[in-house]
Write a protein that binds this ligand. Structure first.
Ligand code: AMP
Length: 572
């Protein structure tokens, strides 16, 4: 029998929508003690009819599967919250993870939220430098990681991180010292009973770093109230129904993997599949089949990889349970949407949001006709617009079909509350009532939004944000490098690749060996996900008269595009 979408009529639903009304789908802490994400995600289900329902299905690298019920997860997260208590962690302290997609990552996240501490997951493919930047800027008190990652990337940083009090190793049998502890031992000794303390909906909960153009990564801080957006988008965009099996392929090191790889499915009481392994087409298809996945949330880079393979999944795999496929993170081109229709019998539903928004803001909904290539329409309760911003003035463009800056009316529940230690930058991202997303978009006459590009130099590679400044800083550390500039170069598979232009010091010889040496340095420091894939030596970097690197000009030259306004260019 066909399953009716939770949102049957977009227009009438939008006109009567209120966040206040949707709040009735959440429980709130018992005896009116506030709102806590972990309670909404785990405890209320564990205390009710979903106690034995599967919350997580972890697929390990070797394909063995571990199932955890909501009750199991309640106990694990209680234990972790007690471990933090025993270590003296208090409200607001920041707990980081640097892990693959293992059960420890997921129980640390929710256990931290129970303790009303702040959780910050880091992508485990980062090299030591991006990890250091984030741990120090985020004032990390506790880091949860593995022995291997610790030895390779963390131990060398400890001296530079005096505020980091504990490292909890998920696979160590014994403590190494007071500071470097065995997590399994601590978990075993901790009680499985825990009462979540009163939590104000405005208490900080999650910290996600995102890249900036001019400085080091910015820490976007989110609060417990954001769970309302996770609940609402889970219900109306991901269209969760009871007994659904859901798979989000994103890593929690990026915001999608937390908001939609942990919180939204659990808050809606469905079963959440987590695969520890990286992308592999046949593995992915067989997971969809074996786990009987109903709803699949993935990203354009992965979809493009699947499109390249000579596999017709419906011939080889039984995918009859699959009901909905969604995509986020980069532009999803019309061909990919149509390929979904041809290959799976349903389109990929594109949706748009970003670290700062905390949850999906614009989406193609099941009940709306899909316009291939469009990001869809604003979430009910969210006001989006296209604006022209000139010299501090913001003007909303009412006419359809015009390009402008994508802006959102301030005040949706999962809106970030600050950039950690950088309130000024936070303030600058608003203009009056409007939050400026940094993206360029267009709205058509039927209210669908179309992505046009970024308004800044930030690079999206394999769906991950990379800030040019962070990469340039590491390149400059190499003894042969005088100056560096980094751009995103369009790539058919990964969206954009990181390309670096390097000016060498006068005594250096530009040859392949040096290129390889600089590449190796960048990979060691930044990790392969962030390091440049291409390097070019250049005599001078184009700069403005005030000395700012004109990355957009390097990009235009690289791509053979018009060079645009060069009035501020400094003539060498
Ligand atoms: P992040 O903060 O890492 O999640 O990256 C957010 C950015 O990714 C957005 O500001 C966009 O530039 C891009 N993005 C996310 N979703 C889409 C989409 N559906 N279409 C085009 N770009 C997207």
């Amino acid at each position: 029998m066909a399953i009716e979408p939770n949102l049957a009529d977009y227009d009438s639903f939008s006109s009567s929508f209120s966040w206040e009304q949707e709040k009735s789908g959440l429980s709130g802490l018992p005896t009116g003690q506030g709102l806590n994400i972990a309670y909404e995600a785990i405890d209320r289900h564990a205390n009710g009819t979903l106690s034995n329902h599967t919350a997580f299905r972890f697929i390990h690298k070797d394909r063995s599967v571990m199932e955890c019920s909501y009750q199991d997860y309640k106990e694990l997260t209680n234990r972790f919250a007690n471990v933090l208590g025993q270590l003296g962690i208090t409200k607001g302290d920041r707990i980081f993870s640097f892990l693959g997609r293992t059960p420890e990552l997921y129980f640390s996240a929710l256990g931290t939220l129970k303790k009303v501490a702040v959780f910050c997951p880091l992508f485990n493919v980062f090299g030591p430098e991006p990890v250091f930047q984030r741990l120090s800027r985020g004032d990390a008190r506790v880091l949860v990681t593995t022995k291997d990652l610790f030895e390779k990337k963390i131990r060398q940083l400890l001296e530079r991180l005096p505020e980091l009090k504990y490292v909890l190793l998920t696979d160590a049998d014994q403590d190494e010292s007071i500071k470097i502890r065995s997590l399994p031992r601590l978990m075993e000794e901790a009680s499985a009973e825990f009462t979540i303390p009163p939590t104000d909906p405005e208490d900080p909960a999650l910290l996600h770093f995102t890249s900036g153009t001019t400085g080091m990564p910015k820490g976007a801080l989110h609060v417990h109230k954001g769970v309302l957006v996770h609940y609402v988008t889970g219900k109306y965009v991901l269209d969760f129904h009871p007994d659904d099996v859901y798979w989000c392929t994103a890593d929690p090191g990026w915001v999608t993997g937390t908001s939609y790889g942990i919180i939204a499915p659990l808050v809606n009481g469905v079963t959440n599949v987590v695969d520890e392994e990286e992308f592999d087409a046949t593995r992915w298809y067989s997971i969809l089949e074996e786990q009987k996945v109903n709803i699949w949330y993935t990203a354009p880079t992965a979809i493009r990889r699947l499109m390249r393979m000579n596999i017709n999944p419906r011939e080889k795999y039984n995918l009859e349970n699959l009901r909905l496929m969604l995509s986020v993170g980069e532009p999803l081109h019309a061909e990919a949407v149509l390929w979904g229709e041809k290959t799976f019998g349903m389109p990929f539903l594109d949706n748009w949001w970003q670290t700062e928004t905390g949850g999906i803001m614009i989406a193609n909904f099941r009940s709306l006709p899909v316009r291939p290539g469009s990001m869809g329409k604003p979430l009910p309760g969210v006001e989006a617009a296209v604006a022209e911003i000139t010299e501090g003035d913001l003007h909303i463009i009412k006419e359809p079909g015009k390009d402008g800056q994508l802006v959102l009316k301030r005040g949706w529940p999962s809106m970030f509350r600050t950039y950690l230690h950088d309130q000024e930058r936070y303030n600058k991202s608003f203009h009056g009532d409007w939050y400026i997303t940094g993206d360029l978009a267009r709205r058509d006459s039927d209210g669908y939004y179309w992505f046009v590009g970024r308004a800044d130099d930030i690079i999206k590679t394999s769906g991950h944000m990379v800030g040019p400044f962070e990469v340039e800083s590491v390149l400059m550390e190499h003894a042969a490098v005088a100056e560096a500039a980094v751009i995103g170069k369009p790539d058919q598979l990964i969206g954009e690749m990181v390309k670096a232009f390097i000016v060498l010091k006068p005594d250096q010889h530009a040859d392949e060996a040096l290129k390889m040496d600089i590449t190796a340095h960048a990979r060691r420091k930044l990790g392969p996900a962030v390091a440049p894939k291409e390097i070019a030596f250049i005599d001078n970097l184009p700069k403005t008269r005030s000395g700012k690197i004109l990355r957009r000009l390097l990009k235009a030259r690289e791509l053979g595009l018009p060079e645009g306004d060069l009035s501020t260019l400094e003539q060498p």
